[in-house]
Design a protein around this ligand. Sequence first.
Ligand SMILES: Nc1ncnc2c1ncn2[C@@H]1O[C@H](COP(=O)(O)OP(=O)(O)OP(=O)(O)O)[C@@H](O)[C@H]1O
Length: 160
Amino acid sequence: MASKPIVVRPIIISGPSGVGKGTLIQMLDDAHPGIFTRTGETKGNTYFYVSEPDFKSLIAESAFVEYTPSETKWQRQMRERAIIDPRYVFIKPPSFDELETRLRKRSTETDASIEKRLGRAKRELEQVDASGLYDMVLVNEDLAVSYDKLKAFVWGSSTE
Ligand SMILES: Nc1ncnc2c1ncn2[C@@H]1O[C@H](COP(=O)(O)OP(=O)(O)OP(=O)(O)O)[C@@H](O)[C@H]1O
């Protein structure tokens, strides 16, 4: 008897900069090495940063299979094309002030960069509820509670 194919549904975790995505993903990865990220996949190694002029040149050279200026638009395109069927999680901060506090405490950005990230976060947060895109919207207040909720979603079907 032929065995049933295993259907793997990727999980796309998004949310404003500084909300705690990396922290939560790291916790999942530590608990289950190799399932969520490949060994050796790290920021600054797996991702490549280019300047805006270089990015525009690459677009002109058709170097990308796909690019988009807006995350929401990209996620909508993914859904509509239905090539893969990911589950989408959006991580929200408990408040905008708390997001700012986390970004400042992390001390990885200049003030100008923090302002830019906060401006973008405001626009992203305004779109989330109306977008209807997300299978789970998780407010990352207490890290341990958030991790439990994320785990329940990843391994089960909880949408809370
Ligand atoms: N629930 C939480 N309560 C308090 N601080 C938190 C919580 N979750 C994460 N943090 C802290 O907030 C900061 C930002 O977290 P993190 O770097 O994971 O954000 P990110 O969403 O991955 O950001 P980016 O998209 O810029 O990489 C870190 O210093 C992290 O320790």
